[in-house]
Design a protein. Structure first.
Length: 401
């Protein structure tokens, strides 16, 4: 079934089809219509789930942690300062290895207050142990939610599905809604290896000693460092698991096939733009214009940001003479976080190439600042024509100082 609806409704449809059992909700713009739609599904009987309205975002994630610990499939959503308010619980969910899914509807962070889009909220949480996936349109939102539950439950690591506030959350696009039987055949019921049970009381995540030790039953138990090591190893392993999930999804639904990134006109590109979210599709118009001008340009849109598939991305950029990273977030005091990760990937996995491509970084669109196609075109074209030699370093687009 094809419908025309908002990105928030696409996400809600994905959650319903995934048969989430517990929804924790606290309103914050621009994600509020997502949880409102889920409340409608539950109230009407279309969705069999517990809807828990809470007093804060911190509590929303606490409810999901509790629900997941008992073996329920749990979901929540948030944006901006709401995500930051969850910060303690975000670390806890990852450390407890709970397969939660949370939609982050990207919005700028205060102070000063803004309700408009950029990626600073989710990028600021990149080192908390959650998988982060960024999507570009409504079809990727609904499909991404369904895939996120499978991925999370396969590796026992929570997943943030990130999509742009307003640009995707509130705009209307056509997308396909798969049938429930089709989704059930793809995503089996959640069956945790262990879940809390009143009949068998237990303590979870108590104070952990620095060294390994023997537990009450005489078994050797991991210390804190081993627990962190295993999370890191499983995060790295999630790169391959994501490929398997994507392959299975394509077999069931006939679309997808880009687990880590998708490209546009990169086959013979000398210069490749790298970006995430809806900006990636905006840049396609720029690529077409540059091609008309005789400049062989393309774009790589990153989907899987954490764990960062460094080797796969380096291979995808292997033929480029220059890489231009356009991003809506900043690691203050240095450069864009995505740019740093791309540079590190090219440094580590450069293969047999004697010369690495130059890498330039543009920051734009912070707090919803208008991103003009002409500005993107001029910035990319100047970088290509100068072959990366002029104005090396961080640059801004749309800045008015």
């Amino acid at each position: 079934m094809h419908i025309i609806e908002s990105g928030n409704v696409a996400a809600a449809q994905g959650v319903k089809l995934s048969r989430a059992q517990v929804i924790a909700a606290y309103p914050i713009t621009p994600q509020t219509p997502l949880t409102e739609k889920l409340s409608e599904f539950i109230e009407s009987g279309e969705m069999d789930a517990q809807y828990v309205p809470v007093e804060s975002e911190h509590s929303a994630l606490a409810v999901c942690i509790a629900a997941s610990s008992t073996g329920a499939r749990a979901f929540t959503a948030t944006s901006a300062n709401g995500l930051l308010y969850m910060h303690e619980q975000i670390h806890w969910a990852a450390g407890a290895r709970l397969p939660l899914v949370m939609c982050v509807v990207n919005r700028g962070v205060g102070a000063p207050w803004t309700i408009w889009n950029d990626h600073q909220d989710s990028i600021s949480q990149r080192d908390t142990g959650w998988i982060q996936i960024y999507v570009n349109d409504h079809q990727q939102i609904i499909d991404g939610v369904i895939k996120a539950f499978m991925l999370a439950e396969e590796v026992m690591i929570p997943v943030m599905l990130c999509y742009d506030g307003y640009l995707l959350s509130h705009t209307y696009m056509p997308f396909e809604v798969p049938g429930q039987e089709q989704v059930d055949a793809f995503l089996p019921p959640y069956k945790p290896a262990y879940a809390l049970d009143p009949a068998h009381p237990a303590n979870l995540n108590t104070v952990t000693l620095p060294e390994v030790r023997v537990d009450a039953k005489g078994r050797t138990a991991h210390g804190y460092m081993e627990i962190r090591y295993l999370l890191q190893e499983d995060m790295q392993g999630a790169i391959k698991v994501m490929s398997r999930v994507e392959e299975r999804f394509k077999e069931h639904f006939g679309r997808g096939g880009n687990p880590h990134y998708e490209t546009y006109r990169c086959e013979d590109a000398r210069f490749i733009a790298v970006s995430m979210g809806s900006l990636s599709y905006h840049l396609r118009e720029v690529i077409d214009s540059l091609r008309d001008d005789g400049i062989k340009a393309g774009i790589m849109s990153i989907h899987l940001y954490r764990p960062f598939p460094a080797q796969v991305i380096a291979q995808g950029l292997e033929g480029a003479e220059g890489v231009v990273v356009f991003e809506k977030a900043l690691s203050y005091g240095y450069e864009g976080a995505l740019c740093s990760d791309v540079k590190a990937a090219l440094y580590t996995f450069n293969g047999s190439r004697k010369k690495r491509p130059f890498v330039h970084n543009y920051i734009l669109g912070l707090g919803g600042r208008e991103i003009k196609t002409t500005d993107l075109y001029e910035a990319f074209k100047d970088t290509c024509l100068n072959n990366g030699k002029a104005d090396v370093g961080l640059k801004w687009i749309g800045l008015k100082i």
